[in-house]
Design a binder for this molecule. Structure first.
Ligand SMILES: O=C(O)CCC(=O)C(=O)O
Ligand SMILES: [Fe+2]
Length: 388
């Protein structure tokens, strides 16, 4: 991009990428982060696809679930993520929930549960609801700039519409715009950042948040069971006021996808992250020394481990490095929900995962997400600060 004037990061971050694209502007130098664009050109050996896990089989009794638990554990040890496909959450009469997946429906297990007194009340994440989230996200970003600016964040703030705060010197900027919102606990919501338009945005996001709460309970329990731990152990570490934060990402088209990333390579500082993609691929996970594209499956959610699950599992589950590519042809939307232990709560490796064969590799940490952020801004991982 020789000849393009070098604007400072602060000025660029006060502008929206979407508007730069509408104005026909090329990416400035500060957005250029890739010099590895030849990696896609090298044919890579075929790899296993990101595992698809059927949670219905994990919330059911032995022996039905043993194989799926094993698949979940392997997915999280080797990939650090898995896809949840066509999942329906059915709220039980009491406090627990069963999940039923349409295409790998485990009839004997479900019948067993039903006769144990589980009653469905229709709390399902149907594909039509996932489409609704995508629709309100798209409708929000496609509004005129003035409307979105009503919910704008300051350059150095986190919450609201805009971009990440200014990174450390030498770090590149992401070719994306975001709307970042604290969604749970409810008393942490700052409604001035919640869009009033499209009209259904708030209601849909409230509903999605409730689904995410149910899902995090299920996933946390399933992960514990897959490691032969007490089902509630991770939930107890996350705490009752564990946070859910939603980040709506809008990746505009880019004239130089060979040089510019939608989101730079990073690992998440959350416990784990639940990602809803649209039909445009772009998310890549670094595995076995190469980047692997996460397929976009319209009725699937991608569950990606963050550093704090790696700590809680004493390094057994991996928090994968991932990034988002840009495309010159299509814009892309995703919604990432970060599930993070409650503020001020100490977390650490589960005792059941520390033994002679597997000595403790991480110590207890508190408010790790803040430390993670400082390193993230320097383009570094933070996990070493938790090492013993
Ligand atoms: O857009 C995506 O698919 C991934 C987003 C992501 O990794 C993040 O927001 O941390
Ligand atoms: Fe991420």
């Amino acid at each position: 991009m020789a000849g393009v004037s070098a604007l400072s990061a602060e000025i660029l971050l006060s502008k929206r990428v979407q508007e730069m694209v509408l104005n026909g502007e090329e990416p400035q130098n500060l957005y250029i982060s890739r010099d590895d664009c030849t990696d896609e050109a090298i044919p890579s050996p075929p790899s296993d696809p990101i595992p698809i896990i059927d949670l219905s089989l994990l919330s059911s009794a032995e022996p039905c679930s043993a194989q799926e638990l094993q698949r979940l554990r392997l997915a999280l040890c080797s990939w650090g993520c898995f896809q949840l496909k066509r999942t329906w959450l059915k709220k039980a009469k009491a406090t627990s929930f069963a999940i039923v997946e349409s295409d790998s429906f485990c009839a004997p297990c479900y019948v067993g549960k039903a006769t144990c007194g589980f009653q469905a009340t229709g709390h399902g994440i149907a594909k039509s609801f996932l489409d609704k989230i995508r629709e309100v996200a798209r409708d929000f970003f496609e509004q005129p700039a003035e409307e979105k600016r009503r919910h704008a964040k300051g350059v150095e703030e986190f919450e609201g519409y805009g971009a990440d705060p200014v990174p450390a010197e030498g770090q590149s900027l992401d070719w994306s715009d975001r709307l970042f919102l604290d969604v749970y606990p409810e008393d942490r919501r700052k409604h001035r950042f919640w869009p009033e338009n499209p009209k259904s945005f708030r209601k849909v996001l409230e509903e999605y948040t409730s689904r995410m709460q149910i899902l995090t309970e299920l996933v946390s329990k399933a992960m514990a069971k897959s490691l032969n731990l007490e089902a509630d152990c991770f939930l107890n570490q996350f705490g009752e006021r564990a946070a859910l934060q939603a980040r709506f990402n809008y990746y505009s088209r880019c004239q130089r996808p060979d040089l510019v990333l939608g989101l730079k390579a990073h690992a998440d500082g959350s416990g784990y992250t639940i990602i809803l993609q649209d039909d445009v691929e772009g998310l890549q996970i670094f595995k076995d020394e190469r980047w692997i594209t996460a397929p976009s499956i319209s009725d699937a959610l991608l569950v990606l481990m963050g550093d704090q699950m790696e700590i809680m599992t004493n390094g057994i589950f991996k928090s994968p490095v991932h990034r988002v590519l840009t495309s010159s042809e299509k814009e892309r939307i995703s919604v990432a929900v970060f599930y993070t232990p409650e503020p001020n709560k100490e977390i650490g490796p589960e005792e059941g995962l520390v033994n002679e064969e597997r000595p403790r590799i991480y110590k207890k940490v508190k408010d790790y997400a803040g430390v993670h952020w400082e390193y993230y801004q320097q383009g570094k991982r933070a996990l070493h600060v938790a090492e013993v």
